[in-house]
Design a protein around this ligand. Structure first.
Ligand SMILES: [Cu+2]
Length: 149
């Protein structure tokens, strides 16, 4: 209910100030090529809201994959587990770091394994139905972090 009230308030704000553009980007997006037989991978990088309005990412998609969702990594009785998070909300100027053993975008149900050297294109849709494209470098399975030019 709180979420819905916030959403309506935000819509009203948007209607009375149409020049406020929301911009969300994924900087230094990277992932590791999955091992043979594994149809999932985790995407890391920095999610940034460059706009002046809050952004909620309501849908994430990758062609050739069944699902893309936000996961967090938690310790549960000494075991590392992943938990699904419903919504990603970014305040203006906020940066959310996605990193191994932390938050990540989880891609599941890949039709084929992306290979190192490829670039994946994630389509992100906001609560205002705006779409943004996130580029993700596919690195070798042994990679520890992004290649930053
Ligand atoms: Cu995950």
């Amino acid at each position: 209910m709180l979420v819905r009230a916030g959403f309506i308030a935000f819509l009203l704000l948007w209607l009375i100030s149409p020049s406020v553009a929301a911009e969300v980007r994924l900087l230094e997006g990277w992932t590791r090529s999955p091992p043979p037989g594994v149809d999932r991978l985790a995407i890391y990088g920095k999610l940034v809201n460059d706009g002046r309005s809050p952004i909620v990412l309501s849908r994430l998609e990758l062609a050739g994959a069944a699902h893309v969702m936000l996961h967090e990594t938690i310790m549960d009785a000494g075991l590392m587990r992943m938990r699904h998070i419903d919504q990603i909300e970014l305040s203006p100027s906020e940066t959310v770091v996605l990193a191994p053993q932390g938050l990540h975008l989880m891609v599941m149900g890949l039709e084929r394994s992306p290979q190192a050297g490829e670039t994946l294109t994630i389509k992100a849709t906001t609560q205002l139905d705006e779409t943004h494209i996130f580029s993700v470098q596919v690195l070798p399975i042994t990679a520890l972090g992004p290649i930053v030019n």
